[in-house]
Design a protein around this ligand. Structure first.
Ligand SMILES: [Zn+2]
Length: 368
């Protein structure tokens, strides 16, 4: 689903806790598949302890690039974006074959599956997508390719009801497509894990006890992460709990953890905002004394960098919302690793204590 609307959209506060004056611009930007680059030089994100105490061991993750065969030995599961795939791996462990269809670091909003993906979908026993209209082309291909008995499950649609949907500049209510980034809120990610536990158990009863045990282990780690985020946010001065980012992926996170998203500059359709719009955003950053502006190595935004530079805010290009850090298959290339890295970056740049996240082990939790 491509971002909606004209390239420049006035911001409105989207968080229920929003207090900031609604000014800024959104540039909508179609990013390029494969534009991702491993960041931080390795697993676990900056400054963190990495993989030293996890049960996964050996510094590797099973990942989500298995070839689905449709054979009877294991449950064949097709997923979409990396965070969902990582959660699915932690619940399914080595009892499932798992294939994430959207390559890590690809713009999931504009992703179109390849014809060859039809083969994977035809081999799947279970197809799991985020939903909330995020992966419509993939859902359509799945419906056309799958075996009749294979269910297509939508995590976000089964996690929240319409009254909890959030709309914003990239996802305006007028277009009817809500912001789909539920997984950035660890409470919702935990619900995703719970749903996966139930769906795997239903599809593969002989391994249900394993899925239940895997969920319990993973939930402990998610609970630890959730508590750390609350502590980390509390360490940031209250007036600095504001986000200006590269992409509108922080809405649910902000609502849950008490931040205000003051805007997103999405470099899109490769046009730049007008000088007036850039000037206005710079003025907002100055007026509100926003200490830092956050970009992404995966989706570079020279305009955001320029806005940061001219407003005097620090520019930190280290956030990510669907690309775990480190090489594919490394221990920290996980949902936990991504969240740990993001939290360290945000809390550090806004004057909080990033060491709060050091004890979090980002490796997979399932027993092998
Ligand atoms: Zn996104």
């Amino acid at each position: 689903m491509p971002p909606q609307g004209s390239p420049f959209v006035l911001l409105v506060p989207r968080s229920t806790r929003a207090v900031a004056a609604p000014i800024a611009v959104t540039l909508v930007f179609a990013c390029v598949a494969g534009a991702c680059a491993p960041a931080n030089g390795g697993p676990g994100g900056p400054g963190g302890s990495v993989g030293s105490v996890g049960s996964a061991g050996a510094g590797t993750s099973l990942g989500w690039s298995d070839t689905l065969t449709g054979g009877p030995e294991k449950l064949d599961v097709a997923t979409t974006v990396a965070p969902i795939s990582s959660i699915a791996r932690n619940i399914g462990g080595d009892r499932i074959r798992l294939r994430g269809l959207i390559p890590d670091g690809t713009n999931s909003h504009t992703f179109e599956p390849a014809p060859a993906d039809a083969q994977t979908l035809a081999s799947a026993d279970l197809i799991v997508v985020n939903g909330l209209h995020l992966e419509q082309p993939t859902v359509e291909l799945a419906a056309a390719s799958k075996r009749p008995e294979t269910p297509i499950r939508q995590l976000a649609d089964e996690t929240i009801t319409k009254d909890h949907w959030l709309f914003d500049f990239s996802f305006p209510a007028s277009a009817g497509d809500p912001n789909p980034h539920l997984w950035m809120d660890v409470q919702y990610a935990t619900r995703y894990a719970e749903l996966l536990r139930d769906w795997f158990s239903q599809a593969d009863p002989p391994n249900a006890a394993t899925y239940v045990a895997n969920f319990t282990a993973y939930k402990n780690r998610l609970d630890q992460l959730d508590a750390m985020i609350r502590k980390g946010v509390a360490s940031v001065p209250e007036g600095d709990r504001k986000l200006l980012t590269y992409h509108d992926s922080w809405a649910y996170w902000a609502r849950e953890y008490g931040f205000t998203v003051i805007g997103a500059v999405q470099a899109s359709d490769f046009s730049d905002p007008s000088p007036q719009e850039v000037a206005r955003l710079i003025q907002q950053i100055r007026t509100e004394h926003v200490p830092a502006v956050f970009g992404s190595e995966v989706f570079p935004s020279p305009v955001l960098e320029q806005i940061a530079r001219e407003s005097g805010a620090t520019f930190v290009d280290k956030l990510r919302d669907d690309e775990p850090p480190g090489p594919i298959g490394s221990a920290g290339h996980t949902y936990l690793g991504m969240m740990k890295s993001d939290m360290q970056v945000i809390v550090d740049a806004l004057g909080g204590d990033p060491s709060i996240f050091d004890p979090l082990d980002p490796t997979d939790t399932f027993a092998r």
